[in-house]
Design a protein around this ligand. Structure first.
Ligand SMILES: NC(=O)C1=CN([C@@H]2O[C@H](COP(=O)(O)OP(=O)(O)OC[C@H]3O[C@@H](n4cnc5c(N)ncnc54)[C@H](O)[C@@H]3O)[C@@H](O)[C@H]2O)C=CC1
Ligand SMILES: CC(=O)C(=O)O
Ligand SMILES: [Mg+2]
Length: 603
């Protein structure tokens, strides 16, 4: 049952301070210039003189020692100069310049990079994550300077078990894996899709405090069907069409076996796989390995939390969710994940079977409304296809406008990857919605692929809508001092907590119960006052607090399902005996925070 016991702890946790205590020493197996060239350990001019002596660095740096705070201030100053110097230039040029300066810092000094990222997450998330990461992927082969993460290709078949030992870290906690076949709404970008695992894992460090020495972005390069890339002389991936069928699966199988042989406690997040492989691999691995699919499962939880918020925004009790009519545009991995989880929630709340519950959901894809008359319908979409007898006045393939005019939905949700399909006519049709505050979620990424802009949504659908988008937009000035609030409905609110909660529970699988707990937690995070003002998700500035709450909810669900085997010194019994607040505290305590650790050399 959905509970909205608003965490009294939420406000408390928002002011929680993250541990900035002096960290324990960090063992390093290198000396001298090798340390300066290793971003995990490098402190640049921040090495104290004693450490310079101990590590053979004396003479390799200018004599003055600069504090971490001074280094931070100096970076921020150069960032601000860059902003000033690029003012007036096209957005893409400015964004890429910002990405470059951040990436250069990352490649030099990870501690400073992550500190800058965490402290300025609202400004920097749009650079290292959506939307700029999309542009970076599109231009990756030209932007490439230093490798990040690992690359396994179709040519490595039979070698992966040994290759995995080439990664320099002894322990890896979190892996984000892509095959580059559906990068955001940008399609098949082949090997260039590596930018997405990198961006997602940066969010893991920033939001969940996963130690950056224990993350691993992975590209599984099985070829590409993107003709432009295949013809590009600078393209860095395999120049061959994508592997299919058994050949494809045997590569993924081999990778999964290799990873879990070396790091049995790692968690693998599947990201931006084209739909057929997204569902197939989830089915294939979820009961064998500790893994989840972010686009199917993470997105579903975030969207559901937003949909429940939209009910509260109307001043209605949560139980009214069972009466909301929802039009879902996009029947891919994300759209189907959302519709599936939403139907399960309605069914739980109403006590009705999922079959009865489905009546209020309308699913469209590129060919319009999906009904049982659809030829060649994908089996994953067929449970949500309408029976033509239940949709009087509508037909197979009906257009979005026709569906909206007939259904007068409470919610219009886009996960189509097609920019601008919520056009003026569609948005104006939402004015006739049966809801006092219709919800419009344009969740596709990056910004140019959003189904509509925030400004257009408020302009055409009316000022009383609640609005959310997958990539950030500025709030909209509605005149008369009124502001149209823009929410960011992005799986970044959940995946870090799903990963961290699972890791610290020691569970070997990620169950529906754990994912549901994550979604419920996010849904209950906002106050009634917030939701009634159209604010459905917390500010990204509090992402560590949210992640701690979500992580605790996931961990407690793992305990309840008797899957939690403990982590480090914390055994299953201790986890079981923890109160909710103690669990949040435990999660928070285990978040890595960037400060310079004293380095101790060991051979
Ligand atoms: N905000 C968030 O957290 C997330 C957003 N997304 C975004 O969702 C989008 C879709 O992702 P997937 O479902 O994985 O892609 P997908 O390729 O599996 O599915 C796309 C679906 O959209 C449909 N479609 C295409 N053109 C259409 C049109 N003109 N009208 C109606 N439907 C149309 C297709 O038929 C297909 O069913 C991407 O842009 C992605 O960035 C995905 C995951 C999370
Ligand atoms: C946010 C995300 O996972 C996507 O757009 O695919
Ligand atoms: Mg994704």
């Amino acid at each position: 049952m959905w509970k909205l016991a608003r965490f009294a702890a939420a406000n408390l946790s928002r002011s929680r301070r993250f541990s900035t205590a002096i960290p324990g020493p960090c063992i390093v197996h290198k000396r001298g210039a090798d340390i300066l060239h290793d971003p995990w350990f490098n402190k640049d001019t921040g090495f104290p003189l004693t450490e310079r002596d101990r590590l053979g660095l004396r003479g390799l740096l200018p004599p003055r020692v600069i504090s971490f705070e001074q280094q931070y201030a100096r970076f921020m100053e150069s960032y601000r100069s860059l902003e000033k110097n690029t003012r007036g230039q096209p957005d893409s040029i400015v964004s890429l310049a910002k990405w470059r300066i951040l990436n250069r810092l990352h490649d030099r000094n990870e501690t400073l990079y992550y500190r800058v990222l965490i402290d300025n997450i609202k400004n920097f998330a749009p650079i290292i994550y959506t939307p700029t990461v999309g542009l970076v992927c599109q231009n990756y082969s030209g932007l490439f300077r230093r490798p990040r993460g690992m690359y396994f290709s179709a040519k490595d078949k039979g070698e992966m078990m040994s290759m995995i030992y080439n990664w320099p870290a002894e322990q890896v906690d979190m892996i984000v894996l892509t095959d580059g076949s559906r990068i955001l709404g940008l399609g098949d970008l082949g090997v260039q899709g590596i930018g997405i695992p990198i961006g997602k894992l940066d969010m893991y460090v920033a939001a969940a405090g996963i130690n950056p020495q224990r993350i691993l972005p992975v590209m599984l390069d099985v070829g590409t069907n993107n003709q432009k890339l295949l013809e590009d002389p600078l393209y860095l991936g395999l120049r061959q069409p994508r592997l299919e069928e058994e050949e494809y699966l045997s590569i993924v199988d081999e990778f999964m076996e290799a990873v879990f042989t070396r790091w049995p406690k790692a968690i693998v997040q599947f990201e931006d796989f084209q739909m057929k492989w997204a569902f197939e691999t989830l089915q294939r691995y979820r009961k064998r390995f500790c893994m989840f699919n972010d686009d199917i499962q993470g997105t579903a939880g975030v969207a559901l939390a937003g949909l429940l918020g939209a009910v509260r925004a109307q001043g209605r009790p949560l139980a009214d969710f069972v009466n909301q009519k929802i039009v879902m545009v996009g029947a891919g991995s994300a759209g189907l994940g959302v519709i599936n989880m939403a139907i399960q929630a309605v069914s739980r709340m109403s006590g009705n079977s999922e079959t009865r519950t489905k009546n209020q959901f309308f699913l469209l894809d590129k060919d319009g409304l999906i009904t049982k008359e659809r030829k060649g319908l994908d089996p994953s979409a067929s449970p949500f296809a309408k029976d033509p007898r239940d949709i009087e006045g509508l037909r197979e393939g009906a257009s979005l406008v026709e569906v909206i005019k007939k259904v007068r939905p409470h919610v219009l949700l886009g996960l189509s990857g097609v920019g601008g399909i919520f056009n003026e006519e569609v948005l104006k049709a939402m004015r006739e919605s049966d809801s006092s505050k219709p919800a419009i979620f344009a969740m596709s990424n990056p910004t140019m692929n959003a189904e509509c802009t925030a400004a257009d949504a408020f302009k055409h659908a009316g000022e009383n809508i609640v609005f959310a988008s997958g990539s950030p937009f500025e709030n909209v000035d509605l005149g008369n001092g009124k502001v149209g609030h823009v929410n960011q409905a992005n799986n970044m609110y959940l995946f870090p907590g799903i990963g961290l909660g699972t890791l610290l529970s020691g569970a070997h699988f990620i169950t529906d119960g754990m994912l549901q707990a994550a979604a419920e937690c996010l849904a209950s995070y906002m106050t009634d006052e917030d939701t009634q003002n159209g604010i459905l998700y917390p500010s990204i500035n509090s992402i560590r607090d949210i992640t701690a709450e979500v992580g605790a909810a996931v961990l407690r669900a793992a305990v309840a399902e008797e899957l939690a085997e403990g982590h480090g010194d914390m055994g299953p019994r201790e986890l079981k005996n923890m109160s909710k607040e103690e669990t949040v505290e435990y999660i928070t305590r285990n978040m890595w925070y960037p400060i310079y650790s004293p380095l101790v050399h060991e051979k």
